[in-house]
Design a protein around this ligand. Structure first.
Ligand SMILES: NC(=O)C1=CN([C@@H]2O[C@H](COP(=O)(O)OP(=O)(O)OC[C@H]3O[C@@H](n4cnc5c(N)ncnc54)[C@H](OP(=O)(O)O)[C@@H]3O)[C@@H](O)[C@H]2O)C=CC1
Ligand SMILES: N[C@@H](CC=O)C(=O)O
Length: 819
C-alpha cells in the first residue's frame, strides 16, 4: 500500500483535480492507495482571514465566505453533473452553512480562540476532500470521504496539537481496514479525545500522510506537490539549485526545520520510525523522478558530497541576553527557555559562546515584542542590579542552514563555508552547530541572504561558478572587453565551469543591468538613463543594493572620481580590476588608502593594464620582488602612443597626422594631450616606482612634455589636434638630423635609485628602442639576477584589444580566487 498526499496547489482548480485523479487511477493499477488531501490552494489563508475579520467585528467576513462558497461550488460544477453534482453541492452547502454559523458566532462573540480557529480551518480540507472523493467516484473509483477527525487523535494543545499515537493507530486500523475502499482523507485536521477539532500545524497534511503511512505499514508515502522534489536550495533564490534524487530522513528533518517549505518538519518522524520511504513528487510533472527520503545507507557513495542542501528562514530576530552576571551562574538558560516555553515562543536557533557572557536565540519576528517583555521581566532583578543587560533584539536577519549527513567528520566544511562568505563580504552574526555535525546554522543580515545562498551553493555543489561583472565605462576598452567576454563566455562555461556574467555597464549618462547577464551583442540597447543612481556614488549604491555574489567592479574609465572609490569598494569586499591609472598613480594618500584597504579586504585589486596595457609588467615586477630579487633599474618605453609616434616619424610620417592615427587606433588616452604631455607615461613610471617601494608623487617624475608651449591653454581636443601641425616640420627635421649621425630620437624613461625621469632621447639607430614598431612598449628590468642580460618585456603596449585582454585576464584571476 502507498499513501498519496496531494497539496493545495495540486488541487487549485477543476483541471488540476482531473490531473490528480489521473495520477491516482494509474497508481491504483499497481497498489492499494490511501489518499490524503489538503485544502485547495489559498483556502486556509482565506478562512483565517474570514475568522480574523469576524472577530474584529468586520462584517466583511461574509464576503470572504461567499467567495469560498463560490470557489468550491464552481469547481464541483465544473467536475460533475446530474445526480452526482446535486449530491456534492448539497454536502458542500451544508459544510458552508456550518462554516457560516461558526464565523457568525465568532462575529457575535468577538472572540477567536485557537480552538475556534482550528474549527474554521478544518472546512478547507473537508470541502476539498469531499470534492476529490466525489470526482473519483464519478471516474469509477471506489472512493469514500474519510474525515481526519475520525482517525487522528491528538491532545488539545492548540494550534499545534500533539499526536496520541496508540489511539490513532487503533482508529486507523479500524477505519481503513476495508481494502476495497479508496479512502480520501482530510489532511491537517484531527480531533482531541473529546471530539473537538485540532490541527497538526500549518502544512500538517504531510504529517497526516506520514502518520497514516506508519499506522498502516505502507510501503511508501508519496507527497505530491508543485515542484520536482527536494532542491539543494530554494530554486527561486538559487538559479542553479538542483533536485536531490535522495536525502536521508535526518537531512530532510534538518532542512524542513530550517525553512525548506516542501515538507512539514514533523512529517519525517513517523515515516522514519517505521522505515517507510517518503517520496516527493511533482503532480504537474509526474514523470520527474522526484526525491526519495529514506535511511542514509541507500545513498550512492559515488555521488556523496559533504553538503546535501541549504535552506533559510528569511525573517528571524535575534535575541541576545548578555551580562557579566551570567558567567558561571547555573539556571540562567533554564529560566530563559522555561519562560519562553511558557509563552509558546518557539526558539529556532541557539548560540552561546564559551565565555557564558551571552546567549543568542533566533525567533519568529511576530513573537519578538512578547519575548522582550517576558524576558526583561524574568531577569528584572539582575537587570536592576546591572548584572544582566536588558534583552537586545536585532531585526532584519535571516537564518541559513547548511545541512548534510556527510559533513560529520569531514574537516574543512566550515572553513570552506566561512571563507566563501568572507570573500563575498558577508558578515556572520551568530553561528550554531550541533555535535551531530550535520547542520551548521548561522545568522546574517536579511540583505545578504540571497547572496549567501548563491555563493555557498556554488562552493559546495560544484554547480557552474558565476562572477558578476559591473563595468564602469562604455568606451574603447569597455567595448573591446565586452566583445572578448561575448566571444569566450561559452568556452569558459564549458571548459572551466565559469560563467562571466556582465551584470551591469554604466557611463556618465546611462546604465544597463541584468543579474543574469546583459545581452552582450546588443548592450547599447539595454542602456537606460541612470535615474536615481547618478554619478559614481550612485553607481556604487546601485551595486551595493544589488548585492550579487562574486561581484567584480571593472573600471574602464579615465576618471579620478571613479578611482577614488577603490578603497570603499575594497572595504565592502568587492574586487576591482582596473585599466584606469588614476588610482595607483593618484595622490599618495589615495594610493596608500587603496593599499591599506586591499590588505584588509577579502577582495582582490588587480591593475595589470595600468602599465604596458596587456603586457605582464606589474606581475613580473611583483614576482621579481616577492622572490627576493633586487631591482637595480627599470628602463624603457611605456607609452604606446609615443612609441607609435616616433616609430612612424622614422618612417617619414607627419607628427600631427600620426597623433590622429594613434587616436583612431585606440592607443591614446581619451584626451591625447595626456600622452603627448608625458603624463600617461609618467603615471606608469610613478606606479612602477611605488611598486619598488619609493614614496613618490607625480611631480617627482621628471617629465618632458611634447605639447607645444603655444597649445597648452584651454582648448578642446579637436582644436588642439587641428593646431598641432605647427610642430610637424620640427619633428621631421629632428629625425633627419639625428639620422645623419646614425642616431634617431625616441621617448623613453628610467627609474634608478628612486629617481624617475622620462623624455626625448637620442639613441643609436641600432638601439633596441629604435627597433620598436607600432605601439610597442619595452621594459628592461636590470636586477641582481638579471644583470648581464636584463629581463625584457616587449610587445604592443596600447590599443583596445590588448588592454581589454589584460583586463579580462585580471577578471579571470579574480574569478579563480573568488570561486
Ligand atoms: N587605450 C589604451 O590602450 C589603454 C587605456 N587604458 C585606460 O583605460 C581607460 C579607458 O580608456 P578608453 O576606453 O580609451 O576611454 P574612453 O574615453 O573611450 O571611455 C571612457 C568611458 O568612461 C566613462 N566614464 C567616465 N567617467 C565615468 C564615471 N564617473 N562613471 C561611469 N563612466 C564614466 C565614459 O562615459 P561617457 O561616454 O558618458 O563620457 C566613457 O564611456 C583609461 O583610464 C585609460 O587610461 C589603459 C591601458 C591601455
Ligand atoms: N594611452 C596609453 C594607453 C595605455 O596605457 C598609451 O599610449 O600607452
Amino acid at each position: 500500500m502507498k499513501i498519496f498526499k496531494f497539496g493545495g496547489t495540486s488541487l487549485g482548480s477543476a483541471d488540476r483535480i482531473r490531473n490528480v485523479s489521473g495520477i491516482i487511477s494509474r497508481a491504483l493499477a499497481d497498489d492499494r492507495l490511501v489518499i490524503v488531501i489538503s485544502a485547495m490552494h489559498g483556502v486556509t489563508d482565506r478562512l483565517l482571514e474570514a475568522a480574523r475579520r469576524a472577530c474584529g467585528g468586520d462584517s466583511g467576513y461574509v464576503a470572504v465566505h461567499e467567495e469560498l462558497a463560490e470557489r468550491h461550488l464552481s469547481v464541483a460544477a465544473d467536475l460533475l453533473e446530474g445526480q452526482a453534482l446535486e449530491e456534492l453541492s448539497g454536502i458542500l452547502r451544508r459544510e458552508l452553512e456550518e462554516l457560516h454559523d461558526v464565523l457568525h458566532g465568532i462575529f457575535l462573540l468577538r472572540e477567536l480562540s485557537f480552538k475556534s480557529s482550528a474549527l474554521v480551518q478544518s472546512f478547507g480540507e473537508r470541502m476539498s476532500a469531499r470534492i476529490v472523493a466525489a470526482w473519483l467516484r464519478q471516474a469509477g473509483l471506489p472512493a469514500v470521504y474519510v474525515d481526519g477527525r475520525e482517525l487522528i487523535v491528538t491532545d488539545a494543545s492548540y494550534p499545534d496539537a500533539r499526536l496520541d499515537e496508540p489511539a490513532t493507530r487503533e482508529r486507523v486500523a479500524l477505519r481503513l481496514a476495508r481494502e476495497t475502499e479508496l479512502a480520501v482523507v482530510t489532511g491537517y485536521i484531527a480531533a482531541a479525545a473529546d471530539g473537538t477539532v485540532t490541527t497538526l500545524g500549518r502544512g500538517g497534511s504531510d504529517y497526516t500522510a506520514s502518520i497514516l503511512g506508519a499506522a498502516l505499514g505502507a510501503r511508501e508515502i508519496w507527497i505530491w506537490t508543485d515542484v520536482d522534489g527536494f532542491f539543494s536550495a530554494d530554486p527561486k533564490r538559487v538559479t542553479d539549485a538542483r533536485v536531490l534524487p535522495y536525502i536521508s530522513y535526518a537531512e530532510a528533518m534538518e532542512l524542513s526545520h530550517a525553512g525548506a517549505k516542501i515538507l512539514h518538519p514533523l512529517a519525517v518522524q513517523p515515516a522514519m520510525k517505521a522505515s517507510i520511504p517518503l517520496i516527493i513528487k511533482n503532480s504537474f510533472n509526474p514523470g520527474a523522478a522526484g526525491t526519495r527520503i529514506e535511511r542514509d545507507e541507500h545513498r550512492d557513495e559515488a555521488v556523496v558530497l559533504p553538503v546535501t542542501g541549504l535552506t533559510s528562514i528569511n525573517t528571524v530576530v535575534l535575541l541576545n541576553l548578555s551580562g557579566s552576571g551570567m558567567v558561571g551562574v547555573p539556571g540562567i538558560a533554564s529560566r530563559l527557555f522555561t519562560r519562553l516555553a511558557r509563552h509558546r515562543i518557539n526558539v529556532i536557533f541557539i548560540s552561546q559562546a564559551s565565555s557564558e557572557q551571552s546567549i543568542s536565540l533566533a525567533i519568529n519576528p511576530a513573537q519578538a515584542a512578547e519575548a522582550k517583555l517576558v524576558l526583561d521581566d524574568e531577569f528584572s532583578a539582575e537587570i536592576t542590579a546591572r548584572q544582566i543587560d536588558p534583552l537586545a533584539v536585532r531585526r532584519d536577519l535571516a537564518m541559513i542552514a547548511v545541512v548534510g549527513n556527510n559533513m560529520s567528520g569531514h574537516p574543512g566544511v566550515s572553513a570552506q563555508l566561512f571563507e566563501t562568505l568572507g570573500k563575498n563580504g558577508i558578515n556572520v552574526i551568530a553561528v550554531a552547530q550541533g555535535v551531530n555535525e550535520m547542520n551548521i546554522s548561522f545568522v546574517v543580515e536579511s540583505h545578504d541572504e540571497d547572496k549567501a545562498l548563491n555563493c555557498i551553493h556554488e562552493s559546495f555543489f560544484l554547480s557552474r561558478r558565476r562572477v558578476h561583472v559591473f563595468i564602469a565605462g562604455t568606451g574603447t576598452i569597455a567595448k573591446s572587453l565586452i566583445g572578448q567576454i561575448s566571444a569566450h563566455r561559452k568556452k569558459l562555461q564549458e571548459e572551466n565551469g565559469l560563467d562571466v556574467v556582465v551584470a551591469a555597464m554604466a557611463n556618465t549618462r546611462s546604465i544597463a543591468f541584468n543579474p543574469s547577464g546583459i545581452d552582450l551583442e546588443g548592450w547599447q540597447d539595454a542602456l537606460e538613463p541612470r535615474g536615481d543612481y547618478q554619478g559614481i556614488d550612485g553607481y556604487l549604491r546601485f551595486i551595493m543594493e544589488k548585492n550579487l555574489h562574486n561581484t567584480i567592479f571593472v573600471d574602464c574609465t579615465a576618471s579620478a572620481d571613479v578611482a577614488a572609490k577603490y578603497p570603499e569598494l575594497l572595504r565592502s569586499d568587492i574586487s576591482v580590476a582596473t585599466a584606469n591609472k588614476l588610482g595607483m598613480a593618484g595622490p599618495w594618500p589615495l594610493y596608500r588608502a587603496i593599499r591599506d584597504a586591499r590588505r584588509l579586504s577579502n577582495a582582490r585589486f588587480l591593475y595589470e593594464t595600468n602599465v604596458g596595457a596587456g603586457l605582464p609588467i606589474i606581475n613580473t615586477l611583483g614576482d621579481l620582488k616577492n622572490s627576493g630579487d633586487r631591482i637595480r633599474s627599470i628602463e624603457g618605453v611605456l607609452s604606446g602612443t609615443l612609441s607609435f609616434i616616433f616609430n612612424e616619424l622614422r618612417k617619414g610620417g607627419r607628427f600631427s597626422e600620426i597623433v590622429r592615427s594613434a587616436r583612431q587606433a585606440g592607443y591614446t588616452e581619451p584626451d591625447p594631450r595626456d600622452d603627448l604631455s608625458g603624463a600617461d607615461f609618467a603615471r606608469k613610471f610613478l606606479i612602477l616606482g611605488r611598486e619598488l617601494g619609493f614614496e613618490l608623487e607625480y611631480d617627482d617624475v621628471e617629465c618632458e612634455s611634447l605639447v607645444p608651449e603655444e597649445l597648452r591653454g584651454e582648448m578642446d581636443v579637436d582644436t588642439f589636434l587641428e593646431r598641432l601641425s605647427c610642430v610637424d616640420d620640427g619633428y621631421s627635421d629632428a629625425i633627419e638630423d639625428a639620422g645623419r649621425e646614425g642616431m634617431t630620437i625616441s621617448f623613453a624613461g628610467e627609474i634608478r635609485d628612486g629617481k624617475a625621469s622620462i623624455g626625448v632621447k637620442r639613441v643609436p639607430l641600432e638601439s633596441p628602442l629604435a627597433g620598436l614598431s607600432g605601439s610597442e612598449n619595452m621594459v628592461v628590468f636590470t636586477t641582481d639576477r638579471y644583470l648581464q642580460t636584463p629581463l625584457v618585456v616587449k610587445g604592443p603596449g596600447a590599443g583596445g584589444e590588448v588592454t581589454a585582454g589584460g583586463v579580462f585576464a585580471d577578471i579571470l584571476r579574480i574569478a579563480g580566487y573568488l570561486v
